[in-house]
Design a protein around this ligand. Structure first.
Ligand code: HEM
Length: 385
Protein backbone atom coordinates (compact mmCIF):
# COMPACT_ATOMS: atom_id res chain seq x y z
CA UNK A 1 0.00 0.00 0.00
CA UNK A 2 1.37 3.45 -0.89
CA UNK A 3 1.80 6.00 1.87
CA UNK A 4 -0.93 8.63 2.19
CA UNK A 5 0.28 12.02 0.89
CA UNK A 6 -1.14 13.41 4.13
CA UNK A 7 1.50 11.50 6.11
CA UNK A 8 4.42 13.14 4.32
CA UNK A 9 6.69 15.75 5.91
CA UNK A 10 8.48 18.00 3.47
CA UNK A 11 10.80 20.99 3.18
CA UNK A 12 8.36 22.59 0.73
CA UNK A 13 4.73 23.58 1.34
CA UNK A 14 4.04 22.61 -2.29
CA UNK A 15 4.82 18.90 -1.88
CA UNK A 16 1.34 17.88 -0.71
CA UNK A 17 -0.43 19.65 -3.59
CA UNK A 18 2.00 18.21 -6.12
CA UNK A 19 1.46 14.67 -4.82
CA UNK A 20 -2.34 15.02 -4.81
CA UNK A 21 -2.37 16.46 -8.34
CA UNK A 22 -0.13 13.61 -9.54
CA UNK A 23 -2.61 11.10 -8.08
CA UNK A 24 -5.42 13.05 -9.78
CA UNK A 25 -3.79 12.70 -13.17
CA UNK A 26 -4.24 8.91 -12.86
CA UNK A 27 -7.63 8.77 -11.16
CA UNK A 28 -10.01 11.58 -10.18
CA UNK A 29 -11.05 9.97 -6.88
CA UNK A 30 -8.92 7.84 -4.56
CA UNK A 31 -9.82 6.51 -1.10
CA UNK A 32 -7.37 7.64 1.58
CA UNK A 33 -7.13 5.68 4.84
CA UNK A 34 -5.65 8.51 6.84
CA UNK A 35 -8.41 10.97 5.93
CA UNK A 36 -10.94 8.09 6.15
CA UNK A 37 -12.73 9.34 3.03
CA UNK A 38 -12.50 9.36 -0.75
CA UNK A 39 -10.29 12.21 -1.97
CA UNK A 40 -11.63 14.28 -4.89
CA UNK A 41 -8.45 15.44 -6.61
CA UNK A 42 -9.15 17.45 -9.76
CA UNK A 43 -9.88 21.17 -9.90
CA UNK A 44 -13.14 20.91 -11.84
CA UNK A 45 -14.60 18.28 -9.51
CA UNK A 46 -13.48 20.04 -6.32
CA UNK A 47 -15.00 23.31 -7.62
CA UNK A 48 -18.25 21.64 -8.69
CA UNK A 49 -18.74 20.02 -5.28
CA UNK A 50 -17.89 23.21 -3.36
CA UNK A 51 -20.47 25.12 -5.40
CA UNK A 52 -23.18 22.53 -4.75
CA UNK A 53 -23.71 22.84 -1.01
CA UNK A 54 -27.10 21.10 -1.25
CA UNK A 55 -25.66 17.74 -2.26
CA UNK A 56 -22.14 18.25 -0.82
CA UNK A 57 -23.23 19.72 2.47
CA UNK A 58 -21.54 21.51 5.35
CA UNK A 59 -24.29 20.34 7.73
CA UNK A 60 -21.82 18.15 9.65
CA UNK A 61 -20.31 21.33 11.16
CA UNK A 62 -23.60 21.71 13.05
CA UNK A 63 -22.99 18.82 15.45
CA UNK A 64 -24.69 19.68 18.76
CA UNK A 65 -24.11 22.02 20.53
CA UNK A 66 -23.10 23.97 17.42
CA UNK A 67 -26.37 23.73 15.47
CA UNK A 68 -26.74 27.46 14.90
CA UNK A 69 -23.28 28.01 13.37
CA UNK A 70 -23.57 29.82 10.05
CA UNK A 71 -21.34 27.40 8.18
CA UNK A 72 -23.64 24.46 9.07
CA UNK A 73 -26.61 26.07 7.30
CA UNK A 74 -27.58 26.26 3.68
CA UNK A 75 -30.21 28.12 1.65
CA UNK A 76 -32.17 31.04 3.18
CA UNK A 77 -31.07 30.36 6.78
CA UNK A 78 -27.45 30.66 5.68
CA UNK A 79 -28.04 33.72 3.50
CA UNK A 80 -29.71 35.60 6.34
CA UNK A 81 -26.66 35.19 8.58
CA UNK A 82 -24.25 35.73 5.75
CA UNK A 83 -25.84 39.07 4.85
CA UNK A 84 -25.12 40.33 8.34
CA UNK A 85 -21.50 39.14 8.24
CA UNK A 86 -21.01 40.82 4.88
CA UNK A 87 -22.01 44.18 6.35
CA UNK A 88 -18.94 44.04 8.57
CA UNK A 89 -16.49 41.92 6.58
CA UNK A 90 -17.11 42.74 2.90
CA UNK A 91 -14.10 44.16 1.00
CA UNK A 92 -15.38 47.73 1.48
CA UNK A 93 -16.20 47.26 5.17
CA UNK A 94 -12.90 45.48 5.85
CA UNK A 95 -10.89 48.23 4.14
CA UNK A 96 -11.93 50.50 7.03
CA UNK A 97 -9.88 48.30 9.38
CA UNK A 98 -6.63 48.59 7.40
CA UNK A 99 -4.93 51.25 9.51
CA UNK A 100 -5.76 49.52 12.76
CA UNK A 101 -4.54 46.18 11.43
CA UNK A 102 -1.31 47.83 10.30
CA UNK A 103 -0.81 49.25 13.78
CA UNK A 104 -1.27 45.78 15.28
CA UNK A 105 1.21 44.36 12.74
CA UNK A 106 3.68 47.12 13.64
CA UNK A 107 3.49 46.19 17.33
CA UNK A 108 3.87 42.47 16.57
CA UNK A 109 6.95 43.04 14.39
CA UNK A 110 8.51 45.57 16.77
CA UNK A 111 8.88 42.82 19.36
CA UNK A 112 11.55 41.25 17.15
CA UNK A 113 13.72 44.39 17.11
CA UNK A 114 17.28 43.94 18.36
CA UNK A 115 17.27 40.19 17.80
CA UNK A 116 19.39 38.29 15.28
CA UNK A 117 17.17 35.23 14.95
CA UNK A 118 13.57 34.21 15.68
CA UNK A 119 10.94 31.56 15.17
CA UNK A 120 8.46 33.73 13.31
CA UNK A 121 5.55 31.43 14.20
CA UNK A 122 6.04 31.47 17.94
CA UNK A 123 7.61 34.90 18.31
CA UNK A 124 5.25 36.86 16.10
CA UNK A 125 2.61 35.15 13.98
CA UNK A 126 0.85 32.97 16.57
CA UNK A 127 -0.60 35.85 18.59
CA UNK A 128 -1.14 38.29 15.74
CA UNK A 129 -4.66 37.32 14.51
CA UNK A 130 -5.90 37.25 18.11
CA UNK A 131 -4.43 40.72 18.65
CA UNK A 132 -6.25 41.94 15.52
CA UNK A 133 -9.58 40.56 16.75
CA UNK A 134 -9.17 41.96 20.24
CA UNK A 135 -8.39 45.37 18.74
CA UNK A 136 -11.14 45.39 16.09
CA UNK A 137 -13.93 43.87 18.15
CA UNK A 138 -12.99 45.96 21.16
CA UNK A 139 -12.91 43.05 23.60
CA UNK A 140 -10.54 42.54 26.54
CA UNK A 141 -7.47 40.40 25.90
CA UNK A 142 -8.08 38.19 28.90
CA UNK A 143 -8.05 34.79 27.22
CA UNK A 144 -4.51 35.03 25.81
CA UNK A 145 -3.02 31.76 24.60
CA UNK A 146 -5.95 29.91 26.22
CA UNK A 147 -8.26 31.44 23.57
CA UNK A 148 -6.04 30.12 20.83
CA UNK A 149 -5.97 26.65 22.38
CA UNK A 150 -9.77 26.60 22.69
CA UNK A 151 -10.29 27.71 19.09
CA UNK A 152 -7.79 25.14 17.87
CA UNK A 153 -9.48 22.30 19.76
CA UNK A 154 -12.90 23.22 18.36
CA UNK A 155 -11.83 23.74 14.76
CA UNK A 156 -9.71 20.60 14.81
CA UNK A 157 -12.78 18.65 15.84
CA UNK A 158 -15.10 20.31 13.29
CA UNK A 159 -12.56 20.15 10.50
CA UNK A 160 -11.83 16.47 11.03
CA UNK A 161 -15.26 14.99 11.72
CA UNK A 162 -14.08 11.47 10.91
CA UNK A 163 -11.81 11.42 13.95
CA UNK A 164 -13.99 10.64 16.97
CA UNK A 165 -11.14 11.16 19.44
CA UNK A 166 -11.31 14.90 18.74
CA UNK A 167 -14.99 15.25 19.66
CA UNK A 168 -14.72 15.26 23.46
CA UNK A 169 -11.90 17.83 23.71
CA UNK A 170 -13.70 19.88 21.05
CA UNK A 171 -16.99 19.92 22.99
CA UNK A 172 -15.24 20.80 26.26
CA UNK A 173 -13.37 23.66 24.59
CA UNK A 174 -16.60 24.87 22.98
CA UNK A 175 -18.36 25.04 26.37
CA UNK A 176 -15.54 27.14 27.79
CA UNK A 177 -15.39 29.46 24.77
CA UNK A 178 -19.16 29.88 24.74
CA UNK A 179 -19.20 30.71 28.46
CA UNK A 180 -16.50 33.30 27.88
CA UNK A 181 -18.19 34.80 24.80
CA UNK A 182 -21.49 35.04 26.72
CA UNK A 183 -19.77 37.41 29.14
CA UNK A 184 -18.83 39.66 26.19
CA UNK A 185 -22.21 39.69 24.41
CA UNK A 186 -24.93 41.66 26.16
CA UNK A 187 -28.01 42.06 23.91
CA UNK A 188 -29.46 44.62 26.35
CA UNK A 189 -26.35 46.81 26.05
CA UNK A 190 -24.30 45.62 23.05
CA UNK A 191 -21.51 48.17 23.54
CA UNK A 192 -19.93 50.84 21.40
CA UNK A 193 -17.50 48.75 19.39
CA UNK A 194 -17.49 46.33 16.44
CA UNK A 195 -18.68 43.51 18.68
CA UNK A 196 -21.64 45.69 19.68
CA UNK A 197 -22.30 46.53 16.02
CA UNK A 198 -22.38 42.83 15.08
CA UNK A 199 -24.77 42.02 17.94
CA UNK A 200 -27.01 45.03 17.15
CA UNK A 201 -27.14 44.00 13.46
CA UNK A 202 -28.34 40.51 14.45
CA UNK A 203 -30.97 41.90 16.78
CA UNK A 204 -32.16 44.45 14.18
CA UNK A 205 -32.56 41.68 11.61
CA UNK A 206 -34.97 40.04 14.07
CA UNK A 207 -35.51 36.37 14.87
CA UNK A 208 -32.02 36.01 16.30
CA UNK A 209 -31.74 34.86 19.90
CA UNK A 210 -28.99 35.97 22.26
CA UNK A 211 -27.49 32.51 21.82
CA UNK A 212 -27.34 33.01 18.07
CA UNK A 213 -25.53 36.33 18.58
CA UNK A 214 -22.99 34.51 20.73
CA UNK A 215 -22.60 31.86 18.03
CA UNK A 216 -22.08 34.55 15.38
CA UNK A 217 -19.17 35.95 17.36
CA UNK A 218 -17.78 32.46 17.93
CA UNK A 219 -17.99 31.83 14.16
CA UNK A 220 -15.65 34.74 13.60
CA UNK A 221 -13.23 33.51 16.23
CA UNK A 222 -13.23 29.98 14.81
CA UNK A 223 -12.81 31.20 11.24
CA UNK A 224 -10.10 33.73 11.76
CA UNK A 225 -7.35 32.49 14.10
CA UNK A 226 -5.40 29.40 13.20
CA UNK A 227 -6.26 29.80 9.49
CA UNK A 228 -4.57 33.20 9.44
CA UNK A 229 -1.60 31.94 11.45
CA UNK A 230 -1.00 29.13 8.98
CA UNK A 231 -1.61 31.36 5.98
CA UNK A 232 0.81 34.02 7.16
CA UNK A 233 3.56 31.50 7.89
CA UNK A 234 2.84 29.84 4.51
CA UNK A 235 3.11 33.18 2.70
CA UNK A 236 6.36 34.15 4.41
CA UNK A 237 7.81 30.68 3.85
CA UNK A 238 6.84 30.86 0.16
CA UNK A 239 8.75 34.12 -0.26
CA UNK A 240 11.76 32.93 1.74
CA UNK A 241 11.90 29.73 -0.31
CA UNK A 242 11.55 31.59 -3.63
CA UNK A 243 14.44 34.05 -3.61
CA UNK A 244 13.62 35.71 -6.92
CA UNK A 245 10.06 36.42 -5.90
CA UNK A 246 11.30 37.80 -2.57
CA UNK A 247 13.76 40.17 -4.30
CA UNK A 248 11.08 41.33 -6.73
CA UNK A 249 8.62 42.02 -3.90
CA UNK A 250 11.28 43.88 -1.90
CA UNK A 251 12.02 46.06 -4.91
CA UNK A 252 8.37 46.76 -5.70
CA UNK A 253 5.77 46.58 -2.94
CA UNK A 254 3.02 46.67 -5.56
CA UNK A 255 3.88 43.01 -6.16
CA UNK A 256 3.00 42.00 -2.60
CA UNK A 257 -0.68 41.38 -3.34
CA UNK A 258 0.26 39.08 -6.24
CA UNK A 259 2.71 37.25 -3.98
CA UNK A 260 0.04 36.75 -1.34
CA UNK A 261 -2.48 35.39 -3.87
CA UNK A 262 0.13 33.01 -5.29
CA UNK A 263 1.06 31.86 -1.79
CA UNK A 264 -2.63 31.12 -1.23
CA UNK A 265 -2.32 28.68 -4.14
CA UNK A 266 1.23 27.34 -3.70
CA UNK A 267 1.26 27.01 0.09
CA UNK A 268 -2.38 27.14 1.13
CA UNK A 269 -2.99 25.54 4.51
CA UNK A 270 -6.54 24.42 3.61
CA UNK A 271 -5.38 21.15 2.11
CA UNK A 272 -9.02 20.22 1.62
CA UNK A 273 -12.53 20.39 3.04
CA UNK A 274 -14.87 17.61 4.12
CA UNK A 275 -18.42 17.46 2.84
CA UNK A 276 -21.40 15.29 3.78
CA UNK A 277 -23.16 13.72 0.79
CA UNK A 278 -26.92 14.31 1.24
CA UNK A 279 -28.22 12.14 -1.62
CA UNK A 280 -26.83 9.43 -3.88
CA UNK A 281 -24.93 11.28 -6.56
CA UNK A 282 -22.21 11.02 -9.14
CA UNK A 283 -19.08 13.16 -9.39
CA UNK A 284 -15.94 12.55 -11.43
CA UNK A 285 -17.45 9.32 -12.74
CA UNK A 286 -17.74 8.01 -9.16
CA UNK A 287 -20.88 7.22 -7.21
CA UNK A 288 -21.15 8.74 -3.74
CA UNK A 289 -23.86 7.43 -1.44
CA UNK A 290 -26.11 9.45 0.82
CA UNK A 291 -24.63 9.88 4.29
CA UNK A 292 -21.03 9.31 3.25
CA UNK A 293 -18.22 11.82 3.71
CA UNK A 294 -15.93 13.06 0.98
CA UNK A 295 -12.74 15.12 1.13
CA UNK A 296 -12.37 17.81 -1.55
CA UNK A 297 -8.65 18.35 -2.10
CA UNK A 298 -8.03 22.06 -2.53
CA UNK A 299 -4.26 21.48 -2.53
CA UNK A 300 -4.62 18.99 -5.40
CA UNK A 301 -6.76 21.45 -7.36
CA UNK A 302 -4.04 24.08 -6.86
CA UNK A 303 -1.53 21.94 -8.74
CA UNK A 304 -3.89 20.73 -11.47
CA UNK A 305 -2.07 21.50 -14.73
CA UNK A 306 -5.31 21.78 -16.68
CA UNK A 307 -6.03 24.98 -14.75
CA UNK A 308 -2.65 26.23 -13.52
CA UNK A 309 0.07 26.38 -16.13
CA UNK A 310 3.41 25.15 -14.72
CA UNK A 311 1.92 24.78 -11.22
CA UNK A 312 5.26 24.09 -9.48
CA UNK A 313 6.49 27.58 -10.29
CA UNK A 314 5.76 30.30 -7.75
CA UNK A 315 4.53 32.95 -10.18
CA UNK A 316 3.86 36.50 -8.93
CA UNK A 317 1.72 37.27 -11.97
CA UNK A 318 -0.73 34.39 -11.70
CA UNK A 319 -3.50 36.34 -9.95
CA UNK A 320 -6.16 35.07 -7.58
CA UNK A 321 -6.76 31.68 -9.17
CA UNK A 322 -6.91 29.68 -5.95
CA UNK A 323 -9.57 27.95 -3.86
CA UNK A 324 -7.80 28.74 -0.60
CA UNK A 325 -10.86 30.51 0.81
CA UNK A 326 -13.20 27.83 -0.47
CA UNK A 327 -15.80 28.49 -3.16
CA UNK A 328 -19.56 28.85 -3.50
CA UNK A 329 -21.99 29.72 -0.72
CA UNK A 330 -19.49 29.16 2.10
CA UNK A 331 -16.64 31.12 0.54
CA UNK A 332 -14.69 32.55 3.48
CA UNK A 333 -16.62 35.40 5.06
CA UNK A 334 -13.37 36.90 6.37
CA UNK A 335 -11.31 36.73 3.17
CA UNK A 336 -10.94 40.51 2.75
CA UNK A 337 -9.84 40.92 6.37
CA UNK A 338 -7.47 37.94 6.07
CA UNK A 339 -5.84 39.53 3.02
CA UNK A 340 -5.42 42.83 4.89
CA UNK A 341 -3.89 41.02 7.87
CA UNK A 342 -1.44 39.01 5.79
CA UNK A 343 -0.43 42.01 3.69
CA UNK A 344 0.15 44.25 6.72
CA UNK A 345 2.34 41.66 8.45
CA UNK A 346 4.37 40.73 5.34
CA UNK A 347 5.00 44.35 4.38
CA UNK A 348 5.94 45.44 7.90
CA UNK A 349 8.27 42.51 8.38
CA UNK A 350 10.06 42.95 5.05
CA UNK A 351 10.50 46.68 5.68
CA UNK A 352 11.81 46.18 9.18
CA UNK A 353 14.25 43.37 8.28
CA UNK A 354 15.89 43.89 4.86
CA UNK A 355 18.08 40.78 5.30
CA UNK A 356 15.35 38.44 6.53
CA UNK A 357 16.19 34.86 5.47
CA UNK A 358 15.56 31.28 6.51
CA UNK A 359 17.89 29.89 9.18
CA UNK A 360 19.86 27.27 7.20
CA UNK A 361 20.41 25.27 10.42
CA UNK A 362 16.69 24.88 11.12
CA UNK A 363 14.70 24.65 7.87
CA UNK A 364 10.89 24.56 8.07
CA UNK A 365 9.07 21.24 7.84
CA UNK A 366 5.58 21.24 6.30
CA UNK A 367 3.03 18.60 7.16
CA UNK A 368 -0.66 18.02 7.63
CA UNK A 369 -1.71 18.54 11.25
CA UNK A 370 0.96 21.13 12.08
CA UNK A 371 0.35 22.83 15.45
CA UNK A 372 -2.25 20.15 16.16
CA UNK A 373 -4.58 21.70 13.60
CA UNK A 374 -6.51 20.24 10.65
CA UNK A 375 -4.49 22.08 8.07
CA UNK A 376 -1.19 21.81 6.28
CA UNK A 377 1.60 24.03 7.55
CA UNK A 378 4.69 24.33 9.68
CA UNK A 379 5.17 24.39 13.44
CA UNK A 380 8.17 26.69 13.15
CA UNK A 381 9.63 29.25 10.78
CA UNK A 382 13.19 29.86 11.98
CA UNK A 383 14.76 32.93 10.41
CA UNK A 384 17.86 35.08 10.66
CA UNK A 385 16.84 38.69 11.04
C1 HEM B 1 -5.98 33.43 5.66
C2 HEM B 1 -6.89 33.13 6.56
C3 HEM B 1 -8.14 32.36 6.25
C4 HEM B 1 -8.32 31.23 5.49
C5 HEM B 1 -7.25 30.44 4.72
C6 HEM B 1 -9.73 30.90 5.56
C7 HEM B 1 -10.31 29.85 4.89
C8 HEM B 1 -11.67 29.56 4.88
C9 HEM B 1 -12.27 28.50 4.13
C10 HEM B 1 -11.52 27.51 3.25
C11 HEM B 1 -13.61 28.54 4.37
C12 HEM B 1 -14.68 27.60 3.79
C13 HEM B 1 -14.97 26.46 4.73
C14 HEM B 1 -15.90 25.45 4.12
O1 HEM B 1 -16.49 25.73 3.06
O2 HEM B 1 -16.06 24.34 4.69
C15 HEM B 1 -13.85 29.63 5.28
C16 HEM B 1 -15.10 29.96 5.78
C17 HEM B 1 -15.28 30.94 6.73
N1 HEM B 1 -14.33 31.83 7.22
FE1 HEM B 1 -12.38 31.90 6.70
N2 HEM B 1 -10.37 31.82 6.35
C18 HEM B 1 -9.45 32.73 6.79
C19 HEM B 1 -9.68 33.83 7.58
C20 HEM B 1 -10.90 34.17 8.13
C21 HEM B 1 -11.16 35.33 8.96
C22 HEM B 1 -10.11 36.39 9.33
C23 HEM B 1 -12.47 35.27 9.34
C24 HEM B 1 -13.28 36.20 10.21
C25 HEM B 1 -13.31 37.50 10.07
C26 HEM B 1 -13.05 34.09 8.71
C27 HEM B 1 -14.36 33.68 8.84
C28 HEM B 1 -14.94 32.65 8.14
C29 HEM B 1 -16.35 32.28 8.27
C30 HEM B 1 -17.35 32.94 9.21
C31 HEM B 1 -16.57 31.21 7.37
C32 HEM B 1 -17.89 30.49 7.11
C33 HEM B 1 -18.57 31.18 5.95
C34 HEM B 1 -19.95 30.63 5.61
O3 HEM B 1 -20.33 29.57 6.11
O4 HEM B 1 -20.66 31.27 4.81
N3 HEM B 1 -12.06 33.45 7.99
N4 HEM B 1 -12.65 30.24 5.58
Amino acid sequence: MTESPFAVRSASPATLGRALAAMGRDRPVVFDDLMAAPLVLRHKDVSAALRDSTVFSTAFYGTPPMETMMIAHNGPAHLRQRRIHNRFFSPVASARYTDRVRAVAGRAVSRLRGRTRADLVDDMIARYPMAVFVDLLGIPDDLGDRGLALVRAIVTWLGSPMNEELAEPGRTAFSELRAHTETLVDPADPGDNLLGDVVRAHLAEGAFSADECVMAVISLLLGGFETTIQMLSGTLASLLLNGRALSAVRADHDLIDGAIEEAFRWANPSAGLYRLVTEDTELAGTTFTQGSMVYLCIAGAHFDETVHHDPDTFDLGRGASHLGFGLGPHYCAGAPLARIEVRAAVETLLDEFPDLRLDPDDPPVFHYGARGFVQHGTEKLSVLL
